[in-house]
Design a protein around this ligand. Structure first.
Ligand code: NAD
Length: 488
């Protein structure tokens, strides 16, 4: 496959390429150009030219194009989902849902744009009035991770295009293929050439050019907290606008009055969907001591039924870990916890089936008696291993839950509304789900507290992050002059 610049497929100027591997088999799915700084510059220039055209379009036209994009994406869901499973590893059902969520986001912002209201407000001194308007920012560099390459591209393109911005997208090096396929559908939907460009290549080269280039007005980044720090530093040179959607170590608290059947399902869904590689995966489970034994027994039974395999096989529940490096990190966190006395409630590891031998598979793991100082309790575990902690009450659970530098998602499971509000108000996280696993919705703002980032994607707030606020102050003719120079 090729990159996508100025509405056309493009090779790297150097003609270099790199392979994209299937994490379930180790086979090469396809190769893509190894873009360099010169390719990123070409794409930025294309986006800058397209901005003049796209930002001038009436909002109703931008809205129509977004609806058309959603239509084309939905019409191609099977092909896109298959490619996504091949490059990322997730089961086909999850890939379909991810591709559809890209379309949902476009539809949501197509509906929102053109329906905002501004206001004309009189000055408090009575001399005139001011108007607050919104202007698109210009060229946005969208830097994507590999865990949700398509939906997270939608979280950026949906609001960004609706507001009139243009894009250079840099997908993660291991998941560029579905994004390129989506980009190829954009022209058919009426998006002007250059409004969205995709440049494949290393983060340290293509990504760094996006940070360095003064023509890029904003970086919309999703990825690890450590990379986010570099993005923030690099963006400082030209004071770029930033949204940072970073890592998380989300707590799930199950109270003694929760619907336990529902909560067991929620824990399994929340931890093992996408092979545990969601930013808002349930990464630490806190159980009230009075319900812990029964809950663990049912969760263990449930988790033992999870079928691990190639995502293209319709019977697979959980695919491989995305890369071997990622698998080794999970393994080392599990070993660290075991070394500190953790008990294997479900012993996971590399599966023995021959047909899985070439993939990065790691079977579901549940750990009990986990030390609060273990890496899996303190850092983000991006894979299918779940540590369980027993707490005596809600206060202890909240205190433990907040004891992390992260603050992305969280959940509380209880039938008592007062308890739910109490916990939601105190959990230091951008989102608290009540009796629900972590499901993002287009209309609900999403983002982090603390080192999980800042700015919001989705919702009306997401649109705001693609605008500059502009104030127009008007002195009303004939209202008298209340200023004079020199000032006495
Ligand atoms: P990553 O930080 O390794 O990479 C993200 C992107 O940054 C990639 O495209 C990479 O090439 C690029 N990059 C790397 N170095 C760069 C540099 N110096 N300059 C510019 N770009 C550079 O993250 P990942 O491993 O792909 O994704 C997993 C992480 O993303 C996890 O921590 C997860 O929690 C987080 N995540 C957060 C959210 C959220 O909304 N908060 C959503 C999904 C994933």
């Amino acid at each position: 496959m090729k990159m996508f610049i100025l509405g056309e497929s493009a090779d790297a100027e150097s003609a270099a390429t790199f392979d994209v591997a299937n994490p379930a088999t180790g086979d090469t799915v396809d190769s893509v150009p190894r873009g360099g700084r010169e390719d990123a510059r070409r794409a930025i220039d294309a986006a800058e030219d397209a901005f003049k055209v796209w930002s001038e379009k009436p909002s109703i036209e931008r809205s129509r194009v977004l609806l058309k994009i959603a239509e084309h994406v939905r019409a191609n869901v099977e092909d896109l989902a298959r490619t996504l499973t091949q490059e990322q590893g997730k089961p086909l059902g999850e890939s379909r849902s991810e591709v559809n969520s890209f379309a949902n986001t476009c539809e949501y912002y197509a509906g929102l744009i053109g329906r905002e209201r501004g206001a004309q407000t009189p000055f408090s001194t009575g001399e005139g009035f001011f108007i607050v308007t919104k202007r698109p920012l210009g060229v946005v560099g969208a830097i994507l991770p590999w865990n949700f390459p398509v939906s997270l591209m939608g979280w950026k393109l949906g609001p960004g295009l609706a507001a009139g911005n243009t894009f250079v997208v840099k997908p993660a090096s291991t998941t560029p293929l579905t994004d390129i396929k989506v980009a190829n559908l954009l022209g058919k939907a009426g998006l002007p050439p250059g409004a969205v460009n995709i440049v494949t290549g290393p983060g340290g080269v293509v990504g760094e050019e996006l940070l360095d280039n003064p023509k890029v007005a904003k970086i919309a980044f999703t990825g690890e907290t450590a990379t986010g720090k570099r993005i923030m530093e690099g963006s400082a040179k030209s004071i770029k606008r930033l949204t940072l959607e970073l890592g998380g170590s989300d707590p799930m608290i199950v109270c003694d009055d929760a619907d336990l059947e529902l909560a067991v399902e929620g824990a399994a869904w929340g931890r093992f969907r996408n092979c545990g590689q969601s930013c808002t995966s349930v990464k630490r489970l806190f159980l009230f001591e009075t319900i812990a034994d029964g809950f663990v027994k049912n969760l263990v039974e449930k988790v033992k039924t999870i079928k691990v395999g190639n995502g293209l096989d319709g019977s697979t529940h959980m695919g491989p870990v995305h890369t071997n490096e990622q698998r080794e990190k999970v393994e080392s966190m599990v070993e660290d916890a075991e070394g500190r006395g953790a008990k294997d409630l479900v012993k996971g590891g590399r599966p023995e089936q021959k047909e899985l031998a070439n993939g990065n598979f790691y079977t579901p793991t549940i750990l009990g008696d986990v030390d609060y100082e273990a890496q899996i309790a303190r850092e983000e575990c991006f894979g299918p291993a779940l540590p369980i902690f027993i707490v005596k009450d809600l206060e202890e659970a909240i205190e433990r839950a907040n004891d992390t530098p992260y603050g992305l998602g969280s959940s509380v499971w209880t039938k008592n509304i007062e308890r739910a509000y109490h916990a939601a108000e105190r959990m230091q996280a951008g989102t608290t789900w009540v009796n629900s696993p972590p499901i993002a919705r287009a209309e609900v703002p999403f983002g982090g507290f603390k080192q999980s980032g800042f700015g919001r994607e989705l919702g009306i707030e997401g649109l705001d992050h693609y605008y500059e606020t502009k104030s127009i102050q008007v002195l009303e003719y004939g209202k008298g002059k209340k200023w004079a120079f020199p000032i006495n």
